[in-house]
Design a protein around this ligand. Structure first.
Ligand code: ZN
Length: 898
């Protein structure tokens, strides 16, 4: 029997992992279960006796778990318990599931992205986004639904420079010749591009569709901007009519990059450019702008809704076209060009030019064959048959000379301090044990859930997130509570390497207290876990205090030292980049309270804007940036590489605090540092993941070079053949999945009358009927005059004011044993009669949808409202404001709420 073999292997593992002492203690505890004369035998024999006597078996490990727990071998006990949960026929468990769970979960198609075949589990990308967007361990004040004051960024060239004398421009020069100052003046370009950039532009024009490879810092965006200009001039020059208009899209993978790309494209002159953030309707701007910068999803939505047609677009530029996170959206757009046999796709008369931009073909240590394959797929995906890179020797030399490499940054490796490390490891161990014990105990983990991964493995956190989502779907509230606690402990555990033990433990304690106390009637599991955690944390904190040897983190010490030296210079600014919002906040607190720094350092911190659903920048955040620029603060700690390093010329020190961002971030930080000659450091330790990651990203630069060398060896016609072949199979694959996805979508959207319920994602508490769900601008809420009874209002001491609304508080789950945050309370200034509304955060709710056709019930969990497969009706604002069904009296709510 194969499962028996697995069980025996598990026992062998136990044997391997026990020390001699532990083995002795374990056997000692067995007592009379083992005959005296056998007690000195190897553990394998002891296990054999236990199996023969029926004490342990493949289907019953309880005895073994108990013994191991008593021997204080928590990790091993955990291992056996999680094994046995996976392998025992789950009779008792499944009945629990069924009785408390009337929903049929077998056909759940909830996490499927719109452009793809539905899948059951979230993709890694979704998880990464998820984690980025709720990176903080603190409840953040700003919300997804917080209205914004940002207008779309637009540029309209002033009239003087607007007009190009098209007849004077020789496109042949643009295409083939050197560019004199006179020529550049004619096309109204005020920057003189490098020769290597000219080579790239001209090769790209030759190639038509192409992927431009240029290493970080080389100025790809300028190359793209020049191409946009070329194609727009060409179109205008060739056209005979007045109405001819150029339309290009510049697609960026992250919203945070909108501004930065916008600033760069702006410098090119004549083009009317618009950076379109999530909440603006692109279609309104099509006629008045030449280039629209947006995220792929934005364009994809328009193509899907048929408000934009591929035929209308002259040029599509994909930034960071290798980016795997947005790969599906990029493909989604390409499907509108390539999957012409699918019914839904409108026919395309004229194809847009495709330009892909990339700096990373990160494939080191791959075989040449692998590399060629990768390039083939990349090209096939973007309908390109060639790659454009700097080939001329002179130009390569120029690139070397003028564009410096990230490898010039100084890495400061902190040497280990034995005392600190011992303390850190011991605390880590206790927190790790706490996590294992919470999973192990039948009281705190009544439904016996275990994550697939071990706590020391990479991706443990994502694994927990995934488990949480599946428990939410199954409506298992106790498990959700358990995982929430564990996630917090785990995140804090990891931060021990970067912060002081005292900061970490006291924050965890306060956090648990805040969360727990917000629930009037916590469920039994909640209380149990809470008490367990608090008692451990209290003990540890007292121990730390009593030991009187307050140990700081050596990395923090180094930071303090560098800052001390740096702030001696007049009017200096330092930027510290960290991995998590939590670190930013805590380090800011730490520096602010540091005795030696108190007089010289004025720290502030800035929240990240990354992630599709994260908070929008509001006045307060922007004022932090302005105050930093003006010198009100002289040290800024931030997680947002892109925004933080936007044009702060005063900044003279950029310091990454054990933080190695993705390639984009590195570029940003680099470009800035180079421009202002500021010092640039990475603080890390030699054994850290980040040190390896940093070396890796340096390797990437080297790789690009090698990848291009390999590519150059392939004859161009041969490469083209391979791409064509790959493309045929891709198109087939895409068309199939697209047809399938569209069919599902149709079923859901034809089901016009929505039957179902909106529930709290954490606990399943009923919030309202799905048919009452309404959309008003960016807010989605339940329009029901009874709604305030379903939630707990928590008012802010002072309302936050925005252009059209006031946010007066938070809305928490109405269940007294949950109190999860659901959204905010909003007063609409122009519609006071319907205020307040309670916009719900999509990530805090789930929808139980009843399908009429087949009688199935589906649980839908999405990250964004826009991803819902059905249309949510807009709020009808009628003239008669007495319509009781929709409107309710604001004062009613305020007065009854206590
Ligand atoms: Zn709830």
């Amino acid at each position: 029997m194969p499962s028996d073999v697995e069980f025996r292997r598990l026992l062998i593992d136990l044997d391997d992992e026990m020390s001699n002492d532990e083995r002795k203690r374990f056997i000692f505890l067995l007592g009379n279960d083992i005959p005296k004369r056998k007690r000195d035998e190897p553990l394998v024999d002891i296990f054999t006796i236990l199996i023969d006597r029926g004490r342990i078996s493949e289907s019953n490990c309880n005895y073994l778990v108990e013994l191991l727990e008593r021997t204080k071998l928590t990790a091993l006990a955990y291992k056996v318990a999680s094994y046995s949960t996976k392998h025992t026929p789950s009779t008792s468990i499944s009945t629990v599931l069924e009785s408390s769970q009337p929903t049929d979960n077998t056909n759940v198609s909830s996490t499927g992205t719109i452009d793809n075949v539905p899948k059951d589990t979230p993709t890694l990308a979704e998880l990464v986004n998820d984690i980025n967007s709720e990176d903080s361990m603190i409840l953040s004040e700003s919300e997804q639904n917080t209205p914004t004051d940002i207008k779309p960024m637009t540029v309209q060239p002033d009239l003087a420079s607007m007009f190009l004398y098209l007849e004077n421009i020789d496109l042949k020069v643009f295409e083939n010749d050197t560019w004199s100052d006179d020529f550049l003046k004619k096309i109204n370009v005020n920057i003189h591009p490098y020769e290597y950039q000219r080579e790239l532009v001209q090769s790209a024009i030759q190639a038509g569709n192409t992927i431009i490879c240029l290493r970080t810092g080389g100025g790809k965006t300028l190359v793209a901007a020049l191409l946009l200009k070329y194609y727009s001039i060409k179109k205008m020059a060739l056209s005979k009519t007045e109405e001819t208009k150029f339309l290009g899209f510049f697609i960026v993978p992250r919203r945070a990059m909108l501004k930065q790309i916008f600033e760069k494209l702006k410098t090119i002159g004549n083009l009317r450019i618009l950076a379109c953030d999530e909440h603006y309707d692109i279609t309104k701007y099509l006629k008045s702008y030449d280039v629209i910068i947006c995220t792929p999803q934005k364009l994809l939505d328009c193509l899907k809704a048929k408000t934009i047609f591929m035929s209308d677009i002259d040029l599509l530029c994909y930034d960071e076209c290798h980016d795997t996170v947005v790969r599906n959206q990029y493909i989604g757009i390409m499907q509108y060009i390539m999957c012409r046999d699918v019914d839904h796709i409108p026919s395309v008369n004229s194809l847009p030019i495709i330009i892909g931009l990339t700096a990373v073909v990160g494939l080191h240590r791959s075989s040449p064959l692998h590399i060629t394959n990768h390039l083939t797929v990349l090209c096939a995906t973007f309908n390109c048959f060639t790659i454009t890179s700097v080939l001329k020797e002179d130009n390569e030399a120029e690139l070397e000379q003028y564009v410096c490499r990230t490898s010039e940054d100084e890495i400061i490796c902190i040497t280990k301090q034995k005392k600190f490390d011992m303390l850190r490891l011991s605390i880590e161990k206790e927190l790790r044990n706490l996590i294992l014990q919470l999973f192990l105990s039948k009281d705190t983990n009544p439904l016996r859930i275990f994550p697939e991964k071990d706590i020391d493995m990479n991706g443990y956190e994502q694994n927990l997130e995934m488990l949480k989502q599946s428990e939410q779907k199954k409506q298992q509230f106790p498990s959700v509570i358990l995982i929430n606690y564990i996630l917090a402990i785990y995140r804090h555990l990891r931060s021990l390497a970067d912060l002081t033990p005292d900061l970490v433990l006291s924050d965890l304690k306060d956090y648990f207290e805040m969360i727990y106390k917000s629930r009037e009637h916590p469920i039994a599991v909640d209380t149990l876990i809470y008490n367990k955690c608090q008692s451990l944390l209290k003990t540890k904190l007292t121990q730390l205090e009593e030991s009187e040897q307050i140990l700081l983190n050596p990395k923090l010490d180094k930071l303090v030292e560098l800052l001390k030296k740096h702030t001696e210079k007049p009017n200096s600014r330092a930027l510290i980049l960290v991995e998590r919002t939590f670190y930013a906040q805590k380090i800011c607190e730490f520096l602010g309270n540091h005795i030696e720094l108190k007089c010289t350092i004025k720290p502030c911190w800035l929240v990240s804007q990354n992630g599709p659903d994260s908070k929008k920048s509001n006045k307060k955040e922007d004022s932090v940036l302005i105050d930093f620029r003006n010198g009100v603060y002289n040290v800024m700690i931030s997680t947002d590489v892109v925004r933080a390093s936007l044009d702060i010329p005063e900044c003279s020190l950029v310091l990454r605090y054990d933080f190695v961002p993705d390639s984009i971030g590195t570029v940003q930080a680099r470009v800035r540092a180079r421009r202002t000659n500021c010092v640039y450091y990475l603080i890390t330790t030699k054994d850290s993941q980040n040190y390896i990651k940093e070396l890796d990203s340096r390797q990437c630069e080297q790789d690009l070079k090698e990848v291009l060398e390999i590519w150059k060896q392939i004859p161009s016609h041969e490469f083209k053949e391979r791409v064509v072949e790959k493309q045929t199979s891709l198109i087939k694959e895409w068309s199939e999945s697209l047809t399938k996805a569209l069919a599902t979508e149709r079923i859901v959207s034809e089901n016009t009358e929505l039957i179902g319920d909106v529930l709290c994602r954490a606990c399943g508490y009923h919030l309202g009927k799905l048919s009452r769900l309404r959309q008003y601008e960016q807010s989605y809420f339940i329009s029901d005059h009874d709604f305030y009874n379903r939630i707990e209002e928590k008012l802010l001491p002072e309302p936050k004011e925005y252009v059209a609304t006031l946010v007066t508080g938070k809305a928490l789950c109405g269940s007294k044993n949950c109190r999860a945050k659901l959204g905010c309370i909003q007063m609409l200034k122009h519609h006071s009669s319907i205020s307040p509304i309670y916009p719900l955060k999509c990530e805090s709710i789930k929808i139980k949808l009843f399908e009429k056709e087949n009688g199935n019930e589906t649980m839908i969990l999405k990250k964004q409202w826009k991803q819902m497969l059905f249309k949510i009706p807009p709020l009808e604002i009628s003239c008669s404001e007495n319509d009781e069904d929709i409107y309710y009296d604001a004062y009613d709510v305020v007065q009854t709420d206590v």
